[in-house]
Design a protein around this ligand. Structure first.
Ligand SMILES: *[C@@H]1O[C@H](CO)[C@@H](O)[C@H](O)[C@H]1NC(C)=O
Ligand SMILES: *[C@@H]1O[C@H](CO)[C@@H](O)[C@H](O)[C@H]1NC(C)=O
Length: 595
């Protein structure tokens, strides 16, 4: 008897628990699906805070009708109109992204080009080679902090013109650097797993430990000839690394990444500037002998710091570049953090002046994101020409999915988040570097504009095309493969972001020949209204069952409403009956003691 009662009670409790959890989920889902959009509609200012809290998801995306890949629905947390010129080059990756690949956005965040033809990509940028602009990036397989792949150079029609590889037996191009020099050569990084004596690191690491050795190479792009090679293990010891890895170095499976080179520059004298993340230093490398000429930061005491330590206290940094070789001015991205090491409260871009003769270093400027992003990895700093004779500083926040634009003095002008900032900590979405350029002009060769019809709308886009200013909608009557009277211009619209929507003429609208248009297509026009290319021709789906269902449902509802109104006019509401019915239902439940 009691056992039966307990069982009944347990059943009741579990049903109640399941119902409450389901209820809670339904309420939260309703809030997210209904309340959030309504609130954002009524108070547009809430869009950005809601976005950053992740209420739209960690990585909200834009989907398109005429294109099968999505792009981030980014949010501008700070905006100034001087940022709208030029394009932004990123490679969104990380667990929350749906496709990894190179991506160009315009100044206001609209998609310009993306591709899923390449594996993981990094370091998308525009570089000049022999007088022409190329879209360059690394593509390949990423394993933890290193990559094995190749570098690609695409011309303005998005065709691969050069593919550059590392030179040497078993050596593969790494993801961190691909820099084209003024001499038509490429500087590239190689991460090579190899054995080394790690006795000095202790903890039973022996003579036959495993490290990731870092090489950099200078390669002639046209001939593939190796011109220079430098190897970190020739100059630095693994035990001096700031990086710690309790499991690293014992086995081939977990080699110790002691140096972590992540940028290379060549100067006019033929010497190199490199950045070692795990030594917290940047260094000058002699272009003939490979000797380390000087080292700033880390263990080095080569330089007197004129800024009370602030010029040389950077850590886990990326992207060291000469801004002005002669004046000794360089830029770098100071991460300050590399989990589990937290050496700074936030990451920042830096401008530092070094005098390699007098051995002095001075911090000139810093660039900090609006919410003081802490980027545990990746990141970049770039001085850009805004196209209006002004200089801005463009910073990519690496493992934090954001990029910012500053005045050279460090005032934040613009900042865009392409994932919720609440998820930055978890590195759900990242871009190795972010780059901005006013120079990229692209007109795809291998694919045409793409048009798709849904409902009464036609959507058109042309992945990668930067020169389209207008879209011209055209209609034709085509029967049995025969055009009746040719294509007629129906409408013209300014290009509006990645995808532009046309309202199609009503199905009943007649062409000159007195028949309805059967086919539509769109011509891409440049600023002078020259036709660049024409899209596929597309037709409307026949009026589907859905449309009829809608008509029938509406008719039934209308008739119902009329009948109800008529009844009401005749007899009024008989509320008493309803109350009685409800009371009896309550009584019935009470006596049956369901609960
Ligand atoms: C998208 O379309 C392109 C070209 O039509 C095709 O090559 C690619 O595989 C498609 N991608 C997906 C994810 O469907
Ligand atoms: C790369 O590593 C292999 C061992 O894995 C080694 O034999 C080779 O010498 C290394 N290459 C260079 C250039 O250091």
């Amino acid at each position: 008897m009691f056992a039966a009662m307990d069982r009944q009670r347990a059943l009741r409790y579990s049903i109640a628990t399941v119902l409450s959890i389901t209820g809670l989920i339904v309420v939260l889902a309703l809030l997210q699906q209904l309340l959030v959009p309504v609130l954002v509609y009524c108070f547009p200012g809430l869009d950005t805070p809601f976005y950053d809290l992740g209420l739209f998801g960690a990585y909200p995306t834009h989907d398109y009708l005429s294109f099968n890949l999505s792009s981030p629905r980014s949010t501008r947390v700070r905006w100034h109109e001087s940022c709208d010129r030029g394009n932004v080059f990123i490679d969104p990756g990380g667990p929350s992204t749906d496709h990894r690949g190179p991506m160009i956005l315009d100044g206001t965040g609209n998609l310009v080009w993306t591709s899923d033809q390449y594996e993981t990509t990094t370091n998308l940028k525009v570089q000049r080679y022999r007088g022409n602009d190329f879209l360059t990036f690394w593509s390949g397989h990423k394993a933890k902090t290193m990559g094995t792949g190749s570098y690609y150079m695409l011309d303005e029609s998005y065709e691969v013109v050069h593919k550059v590889d590392a030179i040497g037996d078993g050596l593969k191009a790494d993801l961190h650097e691909f820099k084209i020099t003024n001499d038509g050569t490429a500087l590239l990084t190689v991460y090579n797993k190899t054995q080394a004596d790690l006795t000095a690191m202790g903890w039973f690491r022996g003579k036959n430990g495993w490290i990731v050795d870092n090489l950099f190479q200078e390669v002639d792009i046209a001939t593939g000839r190796l011109l220079f090679e430098w190897k970190a293990s020739d100059h630095f010891n693994a035990e001096d690394s700031y990086m710690t890895n309790p499991f690293g170095g014992y086995s081939e499976g977990i080699p110790f990444d002691f140096f972590h080179i992540n940028s290379i520059e060549k100067d006019r004298n033929g010497n190199y500037l490199i950045s070692s993340r795990h030594f917290h230093s940047v260094m000058g490398i002699d272009g003939k002998t490979g000797e380390v000429m000087w080292e700033l930061g880390g263990h080095s005491e080569d330089f007197e710091d004129l800024s009370d330590g602030l010029a040389s206290d950077f850590s886990w940094q990326h992207d060291a570049r000469w801004l002005d070789e002669e004046a000794g001015i360089m830029t770098l991205f100071d991460n300050g953090v590399a989990w589990p090491h937290v050496d700074a409260p936030y990451s920042e871009g830096r401008v530092i002046r070094v005098d390699v003769e007098k051995h002095t270093a001075e911090l000139l400027h810093t660039y900090v994101s609006l919410q003081h992003a802490r980027s545990s990895s990746q990141g970049s700093v770039q001085f850009i020409d805004t196209g209006e004779g002004e200089e801005h500083v463009f910073v990519g926040w690496g493992s934090s999915a954001a990029f910012s634009e500053f005045t050279t003095d460090g005032d934040l002008l613009c900042e865009t988040h392409f994932a919720a900032s609440a998820s930055f900590w978890w590195e759900r979405v990242k871009s190795y570097r972010a780059f901005k350029s006013v120079d990229w002009r692209g007109t795809p060769k291998a694919w045409d504009p793409s048009a798709a019809i849904e409902g009464g709308k036609l959507a058109v886009s042309w992945n990668g095309a930067t020169e389209v200013a207008f879209w011209e909608l055209q209609g034709a009557v085509i029967r049995d493969g025969q055009e009746q009277g040719g294509w007629k211009e129906l409408d013209i619209m300014d290009r509006d972001g990645f995808e532009t929507l046309f309202l199609l003429p009503a199905r009943s609208a007649k062409s000159d020949s007195g028949e309805s248009y059967t086919h539509f297509r769109v011509a891409a026009l440049d600023a002078e209204r020259n036709v660049l290319r024409t899209s596929n021709a597309t037709t409307r789906a026949p009026r589907g069952f859905g449309a009829y269902l809608l008509v029938i449902t509406s008719a039934v509802l209308c008739v119902g409403a009329i009948v109800a109104f008529w009844q009401y006019r005749k007899r009024g509401w008989k509320t008493a009956d309803w109350r009685q019915y409800a009371q009896s239902a309550v009584d019935r439940t009470k006596y049956q003691k369901l609960w």
